[in-house]
Ligand binder design. Structure first.
Ligand code: FE2
Length: 422
């Protein structure tokens, strides 16, 4: 007797009428038309069953703080940084934990079951680190939270930047972060990358740096990141986040850079909602989009994910843990409207970030964790188009969230009474 059988599902790869058998929290079989006794049987009615959404880039320590102590009036990056500086002294452990748990509730409801969050290590007290370590433990039964030690004020620029980052790693933070473009000089940015990659290699950690989050085409730290990745043998374990300067770089230079990034097996995260709003602010018109070169990086074989980055924090007063909204924006900003590219945008919030995080047992195949989302859409492109409702969310074979299908009652002559948005 199976624990759970999902029948008549469409999978993101296009297979239809598929059954997924679950036993002891794992998928035991994925096959067409399987009928077997189970404690719970779910008829997917031909709708899309996807592995859960994964957010490769987030800031859980600042999420849901919007308006504290005041709102970002200009909506710019610089006012956001100033605002975070004003807020930091007012943060408390309990308030950070409460907000983070509340955000994770919303994430689960939207089928987002794995998040890589940067955590600011600039405080001497490591208040944010301690709080998110507690959150990581508390959400572990239902959400994989991976933490990145992020020296927001600079590794070399801030006093004790390196020491605080190392203390955060010692406390159990998973990944080594960085912010080379924020160091005082290009040379110090490069030096910070060298130090951080050596540190990660020595301690067996992955790396994920905020890198070249700038419109300056000469912000080329990603080149150093690719070089250091290879030099210390971290291929496939290093992520360049943002890389917005690549949007503005000279095409000839990029034709050399992307193959170097591919050689180093660098992973990339673009954050379309944030990049499109924070970059290009010094432009008049034409005004640059700021998102990195996603289609070209994918074509070169790199793993590219779309991240949420911010939700209701000093930098961004919108967002809702909805990775389909993120994919929707990435698709538009990157002009990824071919059939194949639209499907890649779905992968950029599911399989790609799962690979980038190194998640064990992710996917819809025998042996994987029984983690999946039933979406109110017939395929991946429609899921993006509709930001489809998450009808049911499963973690380790157990239902952790449900939402009704959106239906509107129409009061029109000679038209249907109920409109189902599909
Ligand atoms: Fe970020």
């Amino acid at each position: 007797m199976l624990d759970l059988l999902v029948r008549n599902a469409t999978l993101p790869d296009g297979r239809t009428r598929m059954s997924i058998a679950v036993q002891d929290g794992r998928i035991t079989e994925v096959t067409e038309g399987l009928a077997a006794p189970a404690h719970e049987t779910l008829d997917a009615q031909g709708l899309l069953l996807s592995p859960p959404f994964v957010d490769a880039h987030f800031h859980l320590d600042s999420a849901l703080t919007y308006g504290q102590p005041r709102v970002n009036e200009s909506g710019t990056l610089l006012e956001g940084i100033a605002l975070w500086g004003e807020l930091k002294p007012q943060l408390t452990h309990d308030a950070i934990v409460e907000r983070a748990l509340r955000y994770c509730d919303g994430a689960v409801a939207r089928g987002l079951l794995a998040i890589r969050s940067h955590v600011d290590t600039s405080h001497l007290s490591l208040l944010t680190v301690q709080a998110l370590l507690e959150v990581r433990q508390r959400v572990a039964p239902y959400l994989d939270l991976q933490l990145v030690a992020f020296p927001q004020d600079g590794l070399l620029r801030a006093p004790d930047g390196l020491r605080n980052l190392q203390r955060a790693l010692d406390l159990g933070v998973d990944v080594v972060g960085g912010i080379p473009h924020f160091e005082r000089t290009q040379a110090m940015g490069a030096e910070s990358i060298r130090i951080l990659c050596e540190l990660a290699a020595a301690q067996g950690k992955r790396v994920d740096m905020h890198c070249d989050e700038s419109d300056d085409p000469l912000s080329r730290h990603v080149e150093t990141l690719a070089y250091e990745t290879q030099r210390v043998g971290l291929q496939g374990r290093v992520t360049g986040s943002h890389l917005t300067s690549m949007h503005s770089m000279d095409n000839y230079y990029v034709s050399k850079l992307i193959p170097l990034m591919a050689e180093a097996q660098l992973d990339v995260v673009a954050n379309p909602l944030i990049n499109i709003t924070l970059q290009g602010r010094h432009d008049s018109y034409p005004r640059r989009r700021g998102m990195t070169r996603v289609p070209e990086l994918l074509a070169a074989g790199l793993t590219v994910a779309f991240g949420q980055d911010c939700v209701m924090d000093p930098w961004y007063g919108l967002g809702s843990a909805d990775m389909l909204e993120v994919a929707h924006m990435g698709l538009h900003v990157g002009q990824m409207t071919s059939q194949a590219a639209m499907r890649q945008c779905f992968e950029a919030v599911t399989t790609h970030p799962a690979q980038l995080l190194g998640l064990e047992g992710y996917g819809l195949a025998a042996g994987c964790h029984a983690d999946f989302v039933l979406l109110h859409a017939r395929d991946a492109v429609e899921a993006i188009r509709l930001r489809a409702a998450r009808l049911a969310v499963f973690r380790r074979g157990r239902r952790v969230a449900s939402s009704p299908a959106p239906v509107a009652q129409l009061h029109l002559p000679e038209r249907p009474e109920n409109l189902i948005f599909i």
